[in-house]
Design a protein around this ligand. Structure first.
Ligand SMILES: Cc1ncc(COP(=O)(O)O)c(C=O)c1O
Length: 600
């Protein structure tokens, strides 16, 4: 349906000849309806009603003009038959239909909760009480009673988190306050739009929360609100990245990000070695990856420079999922300027380190910065987008003006529109409140001390593994993660990951550069934020290095005993004596450290 033509053959019809009725009475027969008419008849309409825009009314927003009278009152039936709505900025005519008008087969009928024609019998009060009580009784049940099955599984998961060593670099444990906000009544509210401009009414407090969250996001990264804006609504970082592409690019436009086997994230574009387009970034846009130098594991900036000038991407992305070293943002900026690209940093992995000034600051060089909110940042699951606003610096060349070069950034409008309505619906307000809480903590000296410890712990872990002659990519780390190349030990990341899991240590397999794609990853990624949150210091990470090394020895033994037929090996090995013994040590170690928010 082409909404760009206001004369589109679509009208919205209301049928309302009804009187008001109490909320406890039965719904009336359904011929009192709102109907969506398409003329000539089309297949069932796909236009979401949410796209009806609130009309601005003398400076105040009136999300559904005249809706009160339409739903509750039959005295103004003789008012204007036509009412105007806007759908994505286009005027639409909303026409009331009289009862006598029949509904066409192509109309969408929605029952209205009122009836004058069919008066209801007087309510029986005991029946009403019983019905109210029935609804309330399950509405107030605690989880354990309401759903013992889910409760039991959740308890098991809590135990797993408590008894194990969590070394997945992307994971963390949120604090009690964040969890309280996540499990709160804020999940009940719809609030499509932005603070002060929502589709639904009743968003006064939701607006306050989102505004506070945005202010805290800017403060956490020391950003001037005159030069930077932020959108805290993305449901994840993948969605945040896709919103940036959607807002700034046309389908088929070009982007460049770090190759996934080199440590990039698939949301920056990825094709499998046989050419299958994996991520939306590659399906809807054209992506060309840059890579790390296979000799040393560092990003090959010279090659990136050369390829970018040939490929002429509209967006260059720095930031990745498995890169243990600093990013040379100044070099990225230089390359982006040479080919006229926007520079996007996805700081998902290291946003906590950046906020605490434990890593270099991408905001000094980048146009747009995205992040997850649940990794080192230690907030609820979600995504966030920071974008430059105000005047552009004189020398910065961006292609995205597409002919009409302006001296002002226009990211704000494009990105906000891409997040909603292009890609998402109602924001998850419980998550936004939880993020506001986490961001308040990010600005504290305690959080800075925590991030400092995360980095020290990563260095202690790296040193302890290097002392055991393990091969680490780039021989160490500048951030919270290390990459252990297991190929010299004759192990694959997949097998080692399984052995560790059996010993109650969680980490994840990764491709090591030079691998043949991601099919048989040759290493593992190990991160320190989660165990640092549980209170582990350098000496504890030395102990964890010992466990990790022991797990590699066990994996080797298993391979020697059973050959490389790993599927058979994997089957019964949880009860292998070496694994049982290491698991017991791991659990005894891990249970010394509390899980935030739980008294276990
Ligand atoms: C750099 C980077 N970007 C994006 C993502 C995807 O984040 P999400 O799971 O929130 O979509 C990740 C996840 O690990 C990541 O490391």
């Amino acid at each position: 349906m082409d909404l760009s033509h206001p004369q589109s053959n679509l009208t919205l019809n209301f049928n309302s000849s009804s009187s008001t009725t109490t909320s406890h009475s039965s719904p009336p027969p359904s011929h009192h309806s709102i109907s969506l008419h398409l003329d000539p008849p089309l297949p069932p309409p796909t236009l979401p009603l949410q796209l009806l825009e609130p009309q601005s009314n003398g400076g105040t927003l009136d999300p559904l003009p005249h809706s009160q009278s339409l739903f509750n009152n039959d005295t103004d039936d003789d008012d204007d038959d036509n009412q105007e709505f806007r759908i994505l900025g286009h005027s639409m005519c909303l026409k009331r239909r009289r009862d006598s008008e029949s509904s066409s087969s192509s109309s969408l009928s929605i029952p209205l909760p009122s009836s004058k024609r069919f008066p209801l019998p007087p309510p029986d009060s005991s029946d009403l009480d019983a019905r109210r009580a029935a609804v309330r009784s399950w509405g107030n049940q605690p989880l354990q009673i309401a759903d013992p099955d889910v409760y039991a599984i959740m308890e098991q998961e809590k135990k797993r988190q408590f008894k194990g060593i969590e070394l997945i670099a992307s994971e963390n444990f949120v604090c009690r306050a964040v969890m309280e906000a996540l499990g709160s009544h804020l999940t009940n509210k719809y609030s499509e739009g932005m603070p002060g401009a929502r589709y639904y009414c009743g968003n006064r407090y939701i607006d306050e929360i989102e505004t506070l969250c945005c202010e805290r996001a800017l403060k956490a990264f020391n950003l001037d609100p005159k030069c930077w804006g932020v959108n805290v609504q993305p449901y994840s970082c993948t969605s945040a990245n896709f919103a940036v592409y959607t807002g700034l690019l046309l389908p088929g436009d070009r982007i460049m990000g770090l190759d996934t086997p080199s440590g990039g994230n698939t949301s920056h574009g990825y094709y499998t070695p046989n050419g299958k387009k994996v991520s939306g970034a590659s399906i809807f846009f054209e992506s060309l990856p840059y890579k790390v130098n296979p000799q040393n594991g560092y990003i090959d900036y010279d090659k990136l420079d050369e390829r970018a000038l040939d490929f002429r991407p509209k967006i260059i992305i720095c930031g990745g999922s498995s890169y243990p070293r600093e990013w040379d943002y100044a070099r990225f900026r230089h390359i982006a300027d040479k080919c006229g690209a926007v520079l996007l940093c996805d700081m998902a992995q290291i946003s906590g380190l950046i906020a605490a000034k434990e890593c270099m600051n991408p905001f000094d060089y980048c146009d747009i910065v995205t992040s997850t909110t649940h990794k080192s940042l230690r907030g609820p699951r979600g995504g966030i987008i920071f974008y430059r606003k105000g005047s552009k610096p004189r020398k910065r060349g961006t292609l995205l003006s597409q002919g009409h070069e302006s001296d002002q950034y226009d990211f704000e409008e494009k990105i906000n529109f891409a997040v909603f309505p292009s890609l998402q619906g109602g924001p998850h307000n419980n998550h936004i409140a939880a993020l506001a809480i986490a961001l308040k903590q990010v600005a504290t000296p305690e959080y800075k001390a925590y991030m400092h410890q995360v980095k020290k712990n990563a260095q202690a872990l790296a040193s302890a593994l290097l002392r055991r002659k393990c091969r680490l990519v780039t021989r160490g780390t500048d951030n919270h993660l290390i990459l252990w190349d297991l190929r010299p030990l004759g192990l694959t990341g997949k097998f080692y990951e399984k052995v560790c899991e059996a010993c109650h240590i969680t980490l994840n397999k990764i491709a090591i550069f030079g691998d043949n794609g991601t099919i048989i990853p040759g290493g593992v990624r190990i991160g320190t934020p989660a165990m640092t949150t549980r209170g582990c210091l350098e000496a504890d990470f030395e102990t964890m290095a010992e466990f990790l090394f022991r797990a590699a020895q066990i994996a080797n033994t298993l391979q020697r005993e059973h050959g490389k037929l790993q599927k058979t090996v994997l089957k019964g090995f949880e009860s292998h004596r070496d694994i049982v013994e290491l698991r017991a040590r791991v659990e005894a170690f891990a249970t010394q450290f509390a899980l935030p928010g739980f008294d276990i």
